[in-house]
Design a protein around this ligand. Structure first.
Ligand code: FES
Length: 151
Protein backbone atom coordinates (compact mmCIF):
# COMPACT_ATOMS: atom_id res chain seq x y z
CA UNK A 1 0.00 0.00 0.00
CA UNK A 2 1.29 3.40 -0.96
CA UNK A 3 4.42 2.20 -2.75
CA UNK A 4 6.54 5.03 -4.12
CA UNK A 5 6.07 6.02 -7.76
CA UNK A 6 9.08 6.51 -10.02
CA UNK A 7 8.94 9.05 -12.85
CA UNK A 8 11.62 9.83 -15.44
CA UNK A 9 11.13 13.58 -15.81
CA UNK A 10 13.61 14.00 -18.68
CA UNK A 11 10.80 13.72 -21.25
CA UNK A 12 8.76 16.60 -19.89
CA UNK A 13 8.95 19.75 -21.95
CA UNK A 14 9.17 23.11 -20.16
CA UNK A 15 5.62 24.25 -19.47
CA UNK A 16 4.27 20.69 -19.49
CA UNK A 17 2.41 18.88 -16.72
CA UNK A 18 1.95 15.13 -16.38
CA UNK A 19 -0.26 13.27 -13.95
CA UNK A 20 0.59 10.06 -12.12
CA UNK A 21 -1.20 8.20 -9.35
CA UNK A 22 0.05 7.68 -5.81
CA UNK A 23 -2.02 6.36 -2.92
CA UNK A 24 -5.15 6.65 -5.06
CA UNK A 25 -4.55 10.37 -5.52
CA UNK A 26 -3.61 12.25 -8.67
CA UNK A 27 -0.12 13.74 -8.49
CA UNK A 28 0.80 16.60 -10.80
CA UNK A 29 4.40 16.93 -11.98
CA UNK A 30 5.07 20.27 -13.68
CA UNK A 31 8.21 21.35 -15.45
CA UNK A 32 8.25 25.13 -15.38
CA UNK A 33 9.54 27.39 -18.10
CA UNK A 34 12.21 29.91 -17.08
CA UNK A 35 9.66 32.68 -17.61
CA UNK A 36 7.21 30.96 -15.26
CA UNK A 37 9.85 30.70 -12.54
CA UNK A 38 10.80 34.34 -13.03
CA UNK A 39 7.13 35.36 -12.76
CA UNK A 40 6.26 33.13 -9.85
CA UNK A 41 6.21 35.96 -7.34
CA UNK A 42 4.19 38.27 -9.61
CA UNK A 43 0.88 36.98 -8.24
CA UNK A 44 2.00 37.33 -4.62
CA UNK A 45 -0.64 39.91 -3.72
CA UNK A 46 -3.37 37.49 -4.83
CA UNK A 47 -2.22 34.65 -2.59
CA UNK A 48 -3.75 33.75 0.77
CA UNK A 49 -0.71 31.96 2.20
CA UNK A 50 2.36 32.45 -0.01
CA UNK A 51 4.72 30.69 2.40
CA UNK A 52 2.37 27.81 3.23
CA UNK A 53 2.39 28.76 6.89
CA UNK A 54 -1.01 27.21 7.59
CA UNK A 55 -0.09 23.71 6.38
CA UNK A 56 2.62 21.15 6.93
CA UNK A 57 4.95 22.18 4.09
CA UNK A 58 7.73 19.61 3.58
CA UNK A 59 10.22 21.74 1.63
CA UNK A 60 9.69 25.26 2.89
CA UNK A 61 12.09 27.96 1.70
CA UNK A 62 14.19 25.63 -0.45
CA UNK A 63 12.97 26.60 -3.91
CA UNK A 64 10.26 28.88 -5.33
CA UNK A 65 8.77 25.71 -6.81
CA UNK A 66 7.94 24.34 -3.30
CA UNK A 67 9.78 21.14 -4.29
CA UNK A 68 13.32 19.82 -4.02
CA UNK A 69 13.97 20.93 -7.59
CA UNK A 70 14.30 24.49 -8.82
CA UNK A 71 12.55 23.52 -12.07
CA UNK A 72 9.78 21.04 -11.16
CA UNK A 73 6.76 21.30 -8.89
CA UNK A 74 5.13 18.19 -7.44
CA UNK A 75 1.57 18.54 -6.13
CA UNK A 76 -1.20 16.36 -4.80
CA UNK A 77 -3.71 17.23 -7.52
CA UNK A 78 -6.69 17.62 -5.23
CA UNK A 79 -8.51 20.86 -4.53
CA UNK A 80 -8.36 21.62 -0.82
CA UNK A 81 -12.01 22.69 -0.86
CA UNK A 82 -14.02 19.52 -1.55
CA UNK A 83 -11.55 17.37 -3.44
CA UNK A 84 -12.13 18.00 -7.15
CA UNK A 85 -9.09 17.94 -9.41
CA UNK A 86 -8.02 21.46 -10.41
CA UNK A 87 -7.22 22.04 -14.08
CA UNK A 88 -3.87 23.31 -15.34
CA UNK A 89 -3.92 26.61 -17.24
CA UNK A 90 -0.28 27.69 -17.62
CA UNK A 91 -0.95 30.48 -20.13
CA UNK A 92 -0.55 34.12 -19.19
CA UNK A 93 -3.78 35.50 -20.61
CA UNK A 94 -7.14 36.83 -19.43
CA UNK A 95 -9.51 34.07 -18.36
CA UNK A 96 -13.22 34.18 -17.68
CA UNK A 97 -12.47 33.60 -13.98
CA UNK A 98 -9.57 36.10 -13.76
CA UNK A 99 -8.81 38.91 -16.18
CA UNK A 100 -5.22 39.15 -14.92
CA UNK A 101 -4.42 35.43 -15.00
CA UNK A 102 -0.69 34.65 -14.95
CA UNK A 103 -0.92 30.85 -15.11
CA UNK A 104 -1.95 28.30 -12.53
CA UNK A 105 -4.81 26.01 -11.59
CA UNK A 106 -8.52 26.62 -11.73
CA UNK A 107 -10.97 24.32 -10.00
CA UNK A 108 -14.19 24.26 -12.03
CA UNK A 109 -16.26 22.82 -9.17
CA UNK A 110 -16.60 26.04 -7.17
CA UNK A 111 -14.07 28.40 -8.70
CA UNK A 112 -10.96 28.06 -6.54
CA UNK A 113 -7.72 29.36 -8.04
CA UNK A 114 -4.12 28.40 -7.33
CA UNK A 115 -0.88 29.67 -8.81
CA UNK A 116 1.56 27.53 -10.83
CA UNK A 117 3.04 26.04 -7.65
CA UNK A 118 -0.34 25.26 -6.07
CA UNK A 119 -0.71 28.26 -3.74
CA UNK A 120 -4.32 29.24 -3.14
CA UNK A 121 -5.72 32.65 -4.01
CA UNK A 122 -7.44 34.88 -1.50
CA UNK A 123 -11.22 34.90 -1.43
CA UNK A 124 -11.87 31.48 -2.99
CA UNK A 125 -13.59 28.46 -1.36
CA UNK A 126 -10.39 26.39 -1.02
CA UNK A 127 -8.93 27.09 2.44
CA UNK A 128 -5.28 26.11 1.91
CA UNK A 129 -2.56 25.58 -0.64
CA UNK A 130 -2.42 22.28 -2.52
CA UNK A 131 -0.24 19.73 -0.77
CA UNK A 132 3.30 18.78 -1.75
CA UNK A 133 3.96 15.02 -1.36
CA UNK A 134 7.30 13.69 -0.09
CA UNK A 135 9.63 13.22 -3.02
CA UNK A 136 13.23 12.95 -4.07
CA UNK A 137 15.25 13.54 -7.23
CA UNK A 138 18.24 11.54 -8.39
CA UNK A 139 19.16 13.27 -11.62
CA UNK A 140 16.09 12.92 -13.83
CA UNK A 141 14.54 10.20 -11.72
CA UNK A 142 11.82 11.49 -9.44
CA UNK A 143 10.54 9.28 -6.65
CA UNK A 144 7.16 10.32 -5.25
CA UNK A 145 6.07 9.09 -1.84
CA UNK A 146 9.48 8.65 -0.35
CA UNK A 147 12.24 10.96 0.75
CA UNK A 148 15.26 9.22 2.18
CA UNK A 149 16.58 12.47 3.57
CA UNK A 150 13.42 13.01 5.63
CA UNK A 151 13.26 9.53 7.20
S1 FES B 1 -13.72 21.45 -4.87
FE1 FES B 1 -12.44 22.90 -5.83
S2 FES B 1 -13.48 24.76 -5.54
FE2 FES B 1 -14.75 23.32 -4.52
Amino acid sequence: MGAPVIVDVSKLEPGQQIQVGWRKQPIFVIRHTKEAINNIESSLSKLADPKSESIDEPYRDINLTRSKSSEFTILVGVCTHLGCSPKFFPEVEPKSWDASWTGGYFCPCHGSMFDLVGRVFKGVPAPTNMKVPPHNFKGNILTIGEDEEMS
